[in-house]
Ligand binder design. Structure first.
Ligand SMILES: C[S@@+](CC[C@H](N)C(=O)[O-])C[C@H]1O[C@@H](n2cnc3c(N)ncnc32)[C@H](O)[C@@H]1O
Length: 350
């Protein structure tokens, strides 16, 4: 049970917005840092540091992360932040500063909160969050996957008929692992103590999750850890850790392209050693997960059967001593989604 004195809601609100590309070379990275700071002020978080490569700008925030690429905007915020406040401002900036008029896809998702009653009104329930989204977008659909009496995961996404058609879009996939009940020994590293913060990524195993990751990380006082990672080819990752024993939580997210995430998932679990976790995988037909598509091929959806559903090899029945509890799959206009949750197998006393 969480302590009444100190509580932090680690579970993030995650927003990903894709704008429809036109021929004018629009780029969301033309939006100035001061403009983003104004947006983030309304969300109630600040920029801690930034890094960039050819494909994207990564902002490490006081409450999680923001990634900006030419036509994709990702904002992930935890605690009691007001993420929905960012949306009208961001849409307005994208239109006025970059000429983006059409949203191709939006994904808003989050795990159920541990203490929803501590959130501000707009985020106290998913229903209230959806009412706000419905005022901004057409053709949205809201879902709840997982257990209504346990861990569940909410998603709001649009079904824009103008979206890139299968075979025309760029490959895209997102893996998220949301972990609870983290092993206290594994959490010791994420407290400010004698360990040099610069060593945490190396000592914890985070630096070795994916070779070639450029890391920007931060250790909070007295505890808590956030990191953004940039990889080649437009790939990113981010990790956020709330190590307090009563409400421990860590999240891992990446869009790195792989045929299977099985080994990466195991490396992540080895770092945090959760008691239970939720895992989601989004992929479009162009993703490497579906194998190489014929050049100019139609991305034939009919080929998609349960045998090749994204994540089959990632979402094994058993991973280490974790047993899969639920498996759910959904199909959207050009994306496929797998949701699973896992819990550590309890050993019966002999
Ligand atoms: C790393 S931040 C980001 C949270 C992230 N979404 C997660 O996965 O838990 C949260 C952790 O840092 C701690 N923390 C300390 N100072 C903080 C601050 N100024 N803002 C946010 N978190 C802070 C919190 O108590 C918590 O353990």
């Amino acid at each position: 049970m969480a302590s009444n004195n100190h509580f932090f809601e680690g579970a993030e609100k995650l927003l990903e917005v894709w704008f429809l590309r036109t021929e004018d070379g629009q780029d969301l990275r033309d939006i100035a840092r001061e403009d983003w700071e104004e947006v983030l002020k309304t969300v109630r978080c600040q920029i801690i540091s930034t890094m960039k490569n050819d494909s994207q700008d990564a902002y490490l925030l006081s409450e999680s992360s923001m990634f900006v690429s030419d036509r994709r905007f990702i904002l992930k915020t935890c605690g009691t932040t007001l993420l929905h406040n960012a949306l009208p401002l961001m849409l307005d900036l994208a239109k006025k500063k970059c000429g983006f008029h059409v949203v191709e896809d939006i994904f808003y998702s989050r795990k159920n909160f541990m203490r929803p009653e501590l959130q501000h009104n707009m985020h106290r329930s998913f229903e209230e969050e959806v009412i706000i989204l419905e005022k901004l977008f057409e053709d949205g659909a809201a879902y709840c996957l997982g257990r209504m009496n346990g861990d569940c995961w909410y998603l709001y996404t649009t079904n824009n008929p103008d979206s890139s058609k299968p075979g025309q879009a760029e490959p895209d996939q997102t893996l998220e692992i949301l972990m609870m009940d983290l092993e206290p020994d594994a959490m010791k590293l994420f407290h400010k103590n004698s360990i040099d913060p610069a060593e945490i990524a190396k000592l914890s195993g985070i630096a070795d999750l994916e070779p070639g990751t450029i890391i920007d990380d931060f250790l909070f006082e007295p505890c808590g850890y956030s990191m953004n990672g940039l990889l080649p080819d437009g790939a990113y990752m981010n990790i956020h850790v709330t190590p307090e024993k009563d409400f421990s939580y860590a999240s891992f997210e990446t869009n790195v392209s792989k045929k299977s995430y099985a080994n990466l998932v195991k490396r992540v679990l080895n770092v945090f050693k959760p008691g239970r976790f939720v895992m989601t995988l989004f992929a479009n037909m162009e993703s490497e997960l579906f194998g190489v598509q014929e050049k100019g091929g139609s991305g034939d959806h009919a080929k998609l059967t349960s045998e090749v559903y994204p994540g089959d090899s990632t979402f094994e029945d058993k991973i280490f001593d974790y047993q899969r509890q639920d498996w759910q799959a959904s199909k959207f206009s050009n994306y496929y989604l797998t949701f699973c949750n896992y819990a550590k197998v309890k050993t019966k006393p002999s």
